[in-house]
Design a protein around this ligand. Structure first.
Ligand SMILES: C[S@@+](CC[C@H](N)C(=O)[O-])C[C@H]1O[C@@H](n2cnc3c(N)ncnc32)[C@H](O)[C@@H]1O
Length: 506
């Protein structure tokens, strides 16, 4: 099935579906996989930027097809036509140029038009970060960035009938979710993003994904989904020169709109997960302001906060300028700061927001600090966290915990640091830490850790506290409030889990 945009854009485009297979065969024959490329380069590709180009190029001097492809599509180097010819055989440089993957670069060489990068068995095209005047092109199609990876890792991966990716870019969220969904829909306003994501779907042989042109939910009016994923253009800034950063919305409206509109497009029990930036406004409690986004939405909302950022640092890291445009940077920096001052914005909050349609039950809103570490995949942990918070919101107060049987999550570890004192190791600090998934951790004394280890799901919390009070020779009432507050916190972060909790993969 060919599903190409009718608007001509300078992005890879095939004319027959067979071209996808032919291009993919060339890449597969060369061994163009993450594993082979990492072996060849001697460096994890996420750390490519830290290595100097000459050192990397020295490793690629054997003239194999894989080396040529890596020079072109990862290192953005022009390569002699003869080597390109050899790497692309039985296809030709001309046919790859006609598709828009390479172009003549003068002096008998070819250069790549887009990157080709591997991610979880997919090969994905997207733009190189080439900075002209004003920074990267305004219709730049973003790479698989750290924000992309966090969202990919935290997405709840269940079998879906339908999933939606809003602000698809190179299409990665829709393409990954297509593997566990009957069908996936990606939406973008950038015609180049649509062309590239359609190309990526074809190159990876994924026929159950469709990419549509539209402003957020306008492209799926009347449809509902089990999963909505979005890495929206959330940058809070005075201009919209780059569609992938901000496509013309005021303040944090893009995220507010997502929160407000998503419930209409979600099936009961369905998840919506998105990266968000929000304004912290002088004199306003930002948590209360965010809570307002979900009032009456019928969706539970968990804000996993990843930091409250200084405005100057935020702007300096995001202002898109070309090489050597320092004066322009200063002009824009002032403009960004004035924009914030006029709106009384004093900081920017960052985080991942998880919504789940509550199915008629009263919805809840919580903010939780993000874990120090996230290992991927962590979607099951995210789903479990939502279940745990639903459980906690169902309690009248902490005393309801007394009747609950809790078990220590199997991925919790207790780490101790000791110091030599008088010839013997003495513990000076300890941490309870969740390994795998959402890596929450917190300081804990050996005594607390020992008590927590006894939570094996066999006895109610009341029995544990009675035993603890007896051991300390104190009335249970004297320890109950503080012990229950600690237990609540341990449940909130997934250290302790009620035995009757619905399984996260249900
Ligand atoms: C931050 S990029 C995310 C790209 C990709 N999903 C990822 O996670 O790597 C935001 C994407 O949203 C698209 N976009 C901007 N405004 C939009 C709008 N109003 N409706 C739909 N998509 C939009 C941009 O073109 C861009 O591809």
């Amino acid at each position: 099935m060919l599903d190409q945009t009718s608007v001509h854009v300078d992005a890879p485009t095939v004319t027959t579906p067979d071209d996808y297979r032919r291009v993919r065969d060339v890449l597969d024959r060369a061994g163009y996989t993450d594993e082979n490329i990492v072996k060849l380069m001697g460096v994890d590709l996420s750390r490519l930027g830290e290595r100097k180009l000459p050192a990397l190029l020295r490793r690629l001097n054997g003239g194999t097809p894989l080396e040529t492809l890596v020079k072109l599509f990862i290192l953005d180097q022009d390569v002699d036509a003869a080597a390109v010819q050899k790497a692309l055989a039985p296809m030709t440089p001309e046919s790859w140029a006609a598709i828009g993957l390479i172009e003549p670069a003068g002096a008998g060489q070819y250069g790549a038009c887009v990157q080709l990068r591997c991610y979880q068995g997919l090969i994905l095209a997207y733009d190189f970060t080439r900075r002209g005047r004003g920074g990267v092109r305004s219709d730049f199609v973003m790479s698989v960035s750290p924000s992309t990876i966090v969202l990919l890792g935290m997405t709840v991966r269940r079998k879906n009938h339908a999933m939606l990716d809003l602000g698809a870019g190179c299409g990665i969220h829709a393409l990954v979710a297509a593997r566990h969904s009957d069908r996936a829909v990606g939406v973008d306003v950038n015609p180049r993003a649509l062309a590239i994501s359609r190309f990526n779907a074809g190159l990876n042989g994924l026929a159950n994904v469709q990419f549509r042109d539209g402003d957020m939910f306008s492209a799926v009016e009347g449809e509902t989904f089990d999963l909505i994923v979005s890495n929206p253009p959330f940058i809070i800034q005075p201009e919209s020169r780059h569609t992938f950063l901000n496509s013309g919305t005021e303040g944090d409206d893009i995220c507010r709109r997502l929160a407000k509109d998503a419930p209409r497009f979600l099936n009961d029990g369905g998840f919506c997960i998105f990266n968000a930036n929000w304004a912290v406004v002088d004199g306003e409690d930002w948590k209360a302001r965010l809570a307002g986004w979900f009032d009456g939405s019928g969706c539970d909302a968990l804000v996993i906060e990843q930091g409250i950022v200084d405005l100057g640092e935020y702007a300096a890291g995001l202002i898109e300028i070309g090489e050597g445009e320092q004066a322009e940077f200063l002009r824009l920096f002032d403009r960004w700061m004035d924009y914030y001052a006029q709106r009384k914005i004093v900081n920017i909050g960052r985080g991942v927001i998880v919504m789940r349609k509550a199915g008629g039950r009263p919805n809840w809103f919580d903010v939780i600090a993000g874990p120090a570490e996230i290992t991927f995949p962590s979607g099951d942990d995210v789903a479990q966290l939502v279940e745990l918070h639903t459980f906690l919101h169902g309690l009248r107060d902490d005393r309801d915990l007394l009747d609950v049987r809790l078990r220590l999550a199997p991925n919790v570890r207790f780490e101790q640091t000791s110091q030599a004192v008088n010839g013997a190791w003495t513990q000076v600090s300890g941490r309870l830490r969740r390994v795998n998934g959402l890596g929450y951790s917190g300081a804990a004394e050996a005594m607390t850790a020992a008590l927590v280890a006894r939570y094996d799901g066999q006895r109610a919390v009341r029995d544990h506290l009675t035993e603890l009070a007896a051991a300390a020779n104190t009335p249970v009432a004297s320890i109950e409030p503080s012990a229950l507050a600690i237990i609540r916190r341990l449940v909130e972060q997934g250290f302790l889990v009620p035995v009757d909790l619905v399984s996260p993969s249900a």
